[in-house]
Structures are given as structure tokens and as C-alpha cells.
Design a protein around this ligand. Structure first.
Ligand code: AMP
Ligand code: MG
Length: 422
């Protein structure tokens, strides 16, 4: 659809299979370019803007993995026990310089976990396998080279990449960055997401409902789903189905945000204005409907520099399409590669008959576990794209392929745990 064309755009784009829609839509999404430096500890939930390479080997020096005695394995002649005079003590933090062996005979050194292994010593024997008689150490087991020693660089060699560009930084990345001594890390600036609801019927929680009115829940739900450090939400409110106000909101959102996230108004009713308004504002639409249930009217396009994501108004449809598409698109705009929610195999205990055509997301409860450890699932019968109680009760969704017209009791299915969708 070319900007300004007067054909009705939703009559021109075909119904797309969900994987086609997702790959088409993500292909055109550009990553925000600006970056900033953050203290490593503050970078949690942000997206690494560059590959980070360790300038240090980790660990930085050979050190003891246990409390015990450092010995030279080559000095253990004959059969155990081996007896060595005790010639010193090294604790974590001591420089661990090698004490000279006074009379040329071999020695043992008391060494504690994390302490530097002195040069020339190639094994640490656990204290449980030794005995100290006040003068000498009796080693009851034959040590071998490298026993209980964490070698310099065995974890991370010098020059190894420890965090790659595009990583969503979690506590594990903070740990390895800190280990390598990085006080700061370069991250992408947060992606700005302008969120608004559409619908003349919407009132805010706290407001009294007149007849025909409902509470605007999508905006709060979406704000909650977007509550992540790499996202900065611009809340543009709930806009009535008034083309002029909606257009002004779209223009404002396109000027201020990297992603425009609306709900409602993308279907084919008389008050569904969003397709036409995006195109009239100079935008383009890439996806206008997707062969999924719920969520068929999902719309994806561009307006100015912003990605436009028009979620259906039905709350369950908005939830499912946000989880399946919104997160991946916003993630890519933010500079991160996030796949769709992870799935796992499970067994459906219920029989389910349906009309084929669209890939369906059916809410389920986990009711048990098979002998092989697969979750067993029960279908939540009273589901529908407007039924929040089913969404709240669900432990996840099963994915029913478009062409499948039934699920037999005991059939293996693809399951998305709810945690992967939140
Ligand atoms: P629409 O996609 O605009 O046709 O809306 C589909 C259904 O979702 C209608 O019943 C709307 O009243 C409802 N709906 C739309 N937006 C919201 C919202 N923000 N919160 C709750 N329900 C909504
Ligand atoms: Mg509406």
C-alpha cells in the first residue's frame, strides 16, 4: 500500500500465516542507534550495545579450589602417605610468593580456598586427606598435577568475548562483567514506546461506568507487559473513536516514539479507523491480518521512523498478539534479538474439536505430569478473546496448527508456559 492511496488498505493485504507475518514485520525493523554508558550494576535489563571482550584471564591467577596443602606432585615418591615439612601459609588475598625450600627437600604449604598457588607447586591436596602433626604434613593420597587448582584463564581466557552486542543484560552478565573488571558498560538507549487505547466506550478504572461503557484495561496491561528497563513508555491515554483525535495522537506518537502501540480500531467495523489513519498520515502497513486465533486483526506497519503495532481491542487478543509479535518487534527496535516465547511438548488430556483455518492459542491448565515428565494439560473451556477469567486462570497456551481440526485426549501438543508470555 503506498502512502496516500485511497483504496481501503484492509481490503488489499492478505491474511498472513503467523510466522510469515512475524518474519516480514521484523525484517524491516531498525535498531535505535543511540547508546550510553552505564555503571555495570545499573545495566540490568538493558541491552548491550557492543561486544565486550575480557582483558583479563579469569581467574586472573592459579588459585586453590579447596582448603588444604600445596605440594609438588613430583616430590611424592613411593607409596602414600608422603611427609613434607610445613613451610608457610597463604590465604586468599596474600600475594602467594614461593617460599624457598631451605635445604632442598620438598615442602608443603598451607593454602586456603582462593589463595594464589605459589610458583613451582602443581597440586593442592584437600585438608580432609592430610594430617598436620605440628611440624610436618602427612599426605594420605597421591596428588596429580592440577589437582584442586583453578588455572589462570581456565574460565575465561584473555581476549574472550564475555557479552555480545544485543544481549539483554541479566544478573549473570553483570557477574561476568564485574569479574572482568568492567565498571561501566555501553548499552542502547531505552526504546520509546507510545501506548494508547482507542474506543469511545473506554473509561478509566476509578471512573463510574455509564451504560455502554467499559474500563480501559488494555493500556494498563500493556504498560505492565512493557515494564522493563530497556523500554520507556510514553502513555498517550485512551482516545475516543474520533478520526481527528486519533490522527493527532498518531502524529504525536510518531514524532516522539520509536514504536507506536495502540489497541483497538484495527478490525473492519465502522469505527475501526486505524488502518486508514496510518496510511493517511503517510505511513505504510505491512501486515493487516494474521491467521491466528485470537488476534486476527493484528496490524503492523510504519509511520515516520516509528514501528506501528496495532493490537486488536479484545483484551485476550491484545495479550496474545503482544506476547507473540509485540515483544519480538519492540525487542528488535531496542537492539535485542528475542525469539517468540519458548514452547515445550506437553500432553493434552481433553478432546477438542474446532474449525481449521487459523493457528489457535488455547488457554490450558496444568493438571499433572506424565511418567516421562511432560506436563499434562486440561483445556479451559470457557475461553474467548474477551474472557479475562480464562486468561487469568491459564497456566499457558497450547498452539494448535492451522489445519488441525481436532486434538485427541492424550495427544502430544505444543505448550507455551505462561511465564514465557509475561
Ligand atoms: P475493537 O478492536 O476496537 O473493535 O474492540 C474489540 C473489543 O475490545 C470491543 O468489545 C471493545 O470494547 C474492547 N476493547 C477495546 N479496547 C479496549 C480496552 N482498552 N480495554 C478493554 N476493552 C477494550
Ligand atoms: Mg474499538
Amino acid at each position: 500500500m503506498t502512502p496516500g492511496s485511497d483504496a481501503r488498505p484492509h481490503e488489499t493485504l492478505p491474511l498472513l500465516a503467523p510466522d510469515v507475518a512475524l518474519s516480514m514485520a521484523t525484517a524491516t525493523v531498525a535498531t535505535v542507534e543511540e547508546t550510553e554508558w552505564l555503571a555495570t550494576g545499573e545495566a540490568i535489563g538493558r541491552i548491550a550495545a557492543a561486544n565486550v571482550v575480557s582483558f583479563l584471564p579469569l581467574p586472573p591467577f592459579d588459585n586453590a579450589a579447596v582448603d588444604g596443602y600445596a605440594v609438588r606432585s613430583a616430590a611424592c615418591h613411593g607409596q602414600p602417605p608422603f611427609r613434607f615439612p610445613l613451610a608457610g601459609r597463604i590465604a586468599a588475598g596474600d600475594p602467594g610468593t614461593s617460599p624457598a625450600s631451605a635445604d632442598g627437600c620438598d615442602i608443603a604449604i598451607r593454602i586456603l580456598t582462593g589463595a594464589a598457588v605459589p610458583q613451582g607447586f602443581d597440586a593442592v591436596v584437600m585438608q580432609e586427606h592430610c594430617e598436620f602433626d605440628g611440624e610436618a604434613v602427612l599426605v594420605r593420597r597421591r596428588p596429580a598435577t592440577d589437582d584442586n587448582i583453578r588455572r589462570a584463564g581456565e574460565d575465561v581466557p584473555h581476549g574472550r568475548e564475555i557479552v555480545s552486542a544485543g544481549t539483554l543484560i541479566d544478573p549473570r552478565h553483570i557477574a561476568i562483567l564485574a569479574a572482568a573488571g568492567f565498571a561501566k558498560v555501553k548499552v542502547r538507549r531505552p526504546v520509546r514506546v507510545a501506548v494508547f487505547s482507542t474506543g469511545t466506550e473506554l473509561r478509566q478504572p476509578g471512573e463510574t461506568l455509564g451504560r455502554g461503557q467499559i474500563h480501559d484495561l488494555n493500556r494498563m496491561m500493556l504498560r505492565a507487559l512493557l515494564k522493563q528497563p530497556f523500554v520507556q513508555v510514553e502513555d498517550l491515554g485512551a482516545i475516543p473513536d474520533d478520526p481527528q483525535r486519533l490522527e493527532a495522537t498518531l502524529q504525536l506518537a510518531a514524532a516522539e516514539a520509536d514504536v507506536i502501540l495502540s489497541s483497538g480500531g484495527v478490525s473492519v467495523g465502522d469505527e475501526d479507523h486505524m488502518h486508514r489513519l496510518v496510511v493517511e498520515a503517510g505511513g505504510t502497513l505491512d501486515v493487516m491480518k494474521v491467521a491466528i486465533k485470537p488476534g486476527k486483526p493484528l496490524t503492523i506497519g510504519r509511520l515516520g521512523n516509528a514501528v506501528y503495532l496495532g493490537l486488536p481491542g479484545n483484551p485476550v487478543s491484545a495479550f496474545v498478539t503482544f506476547s507473540l509479535f509485540g515483544r519480538a518487534l519492540i525487542g528488535k527496535r531496542a537492539g535485542c534479538t528475542m525469539g517468540p516465547p519458548a514452547t515445550q511438548p506437553a500432553i493434552c488430556e481433553d478432546e477438542l474439536i474446532r474449525s481449521p483455518g487459523r493457528q489457535e492459542y488455547q488457554p490450558v491448565r496444568i493438571v499433572g505430569t506424565t511418567e516421562d515428565g511432560l506436563p499434562t494439560l486440561s483445556v479451559i473451556a470457557s475461553a474467548g478473546s474477551a474472557r479475562l477469567s480464562a486468561l487469568v486462570a491459564a497456566d499457558g497456551y497450547i498452539v494448535i496448527p492451522a489445519q488441525q481440526d481436532r486434538i485427541r485426549s492424550g495427544q502430544r501438543v505444543t505448550f507455551i508456559p505462561m511465564a514465557a508470555m509475561l
